[in-house]
Design a protein around this ligand. Structure first.
Ligand code: SAM
Ligand code: DTB
Ligand code: SF4
Length: 340
């Protein structure tokens, strides 16, 4: 444990401890998660991120969950890398509705250096709007991670997706080790890490514990942890996988919060398939970040109006944006719509 870290922050979790946490009485688990959550965060504040697919479809990888792989007949049209102007327009719209982080996703195995140059221009322009930036572009070399850091990228998203044991039955075109290597390059470059996984790919509870253990035992906890519920897209090999039990999703969020107390835990893909009550339990369990806006990359996310009504019912506020962001918005004459 680093000298400055409290007793809550550990990197030596044993598999059995995590399975025990996952399996304890629901009320005890939620109480423990909520206690830790309140030590580090305002429990009524949500971080709001908006996702933009800047390069869609045609991906050579074989991730069995993903509609953007060329190997699966999921009907996603391939589109080239978006122009800087179009990405900026999307970021402005996201800022106007209250998003503080703009995340750009590209369906690449790894970016070509000339494509990275274009993404770097986008990062600079979005930062000038006063928003946090995040990108998910596939595997990176150490040099590419450094270039992104120099451009001022705040977060890099690269998920481990599942446990080391379950991984080969989901993806064969790159290894778990490849993923960990990219995470190491991102960390070494000093970019904050956004790293999580997907629940509902036919994995066991032991696999879920294994995924959370990998995340929690990284040399540093990811600053942001997206927990996705599989969105089952017709044509992908995982279409028809057994559905995730809602209470299991809540348990996974609670254990993520306990294991990584200071991380933003994002209730990520899959909210359209969840009831408002399940989402409320996830927020109680320590989820404090969401994707806001009607699209994820190629699939639907809840309508903004629906989300605003839900957050109002729960008394959840959007995270207050930073001072530079506020000034940038005022300079642009934009008003920020808050949940009512
Ligand atoms: N191509 C890059 C990569 O894989 O690193 C970036 C984009 S990829 C779509 C980003 C993440 O989205 C994946 O790692 C996966 O965790 C998540 N994802 C993709 N399809 C999903 C689905 N159908 N349901 C839930 N999450 C999904
Ligand atoms: C993450 O963990 N989830 C987001 C983001 N990182 C890039 C992606 C979810 C994608 C859901 C399927 C789709 O819309 O294509
Ligand atoms: Fe490609 Fe990323 Fe989809 Fe895998 S998850 S097929 S790497 S876009």
């Amino acid at each position: 444990m680093a000298a400055s870290e409290g007793a809550d922050i550990r990197h030596d979790w044993r598999h059995s401890e995590i399975e025990e946490l996952l399996g304890q009485a629901f009320n005890d688990l939620l109480f423990q998660a909520q206690e830790i959550h309140r030590r580090y965060f305002d429990p009524n504040e949500l971080q709001v991120c908006t996702l933009q697919s800047i390069k869609t479809g045609g991906c050579p990888e074989d991730c069995k969950y993903c509609p953007q792989s060329i190997r699966h007949p999921a009907g996603v049209e391939s589109e080239p890398l978006m122009s800087l102007e179009a990405v900026l327009a999307a970021a402005r719209r996201a800022r106007a509705v209250g998003a503080t982080r703009f995340c750009m996703g590209a369906a690449w195995r790894r970016p070509k250096d000339r494509d990275l140059t274009r993404v770097i221009e986008m990062v600079g322009a979005i930062k000038a709007l006063g928003m946090e930036t995040c990108a998910t572009l596939g595997m990176l070399t150490a040099e590419q991670a450094q270039r992104l850091q120099m451009a001022g990228l705040d977060y890099y998203n690269h998920n481990i997706d599942t446990s080391p044991e379950h991984y080969p039955s989901v993806i064969t075109t790159r290894t778990y080790r490849d993923r960990l290597e990219t995470l190491a390059h991102v960390r070494a470059a000093g970019i904050k890490l956004c790293c999580g996984g997907i629940i509902g790919m036919g994995e066991s509870r032991a696999d879920r514990a294994g995924m959370l253990r990998t995340l929690a035992n990284l040399p540093e906890h990811p600053q942001s942890v997206p927990i996705n519920q599989l969105i089952q897209v017709p044509g992908t090999p995982l279409y028809g996988a057994p559905a995730v039990e809602p209470f299991e999703m809540v348990r996974i969020i609670a254990v993520s919060r306990i294991l990584m107390p200071k991380a933003w835990i994002r209730l990520s893909a899959g909210r359209c398939e969840m009831s408002d009550e399940t989402q409320a339990l996830c927020f109680l369990a320590g989820a404090n970040s969401i994707f806001y806006g009607e699209r994820l990359l190629t699939t639907d996310n809840p309508a903004e109006q629906h989300d605003r009504a839900l957050f109002a019912k729960l008394g959840l506020r959007f995270q207050v944006r930073s001072e530079p962001a506020r000034s940038a918005c005022e300079a642009a004459g934009e008003r920020i719509r808050r949940p009512t």
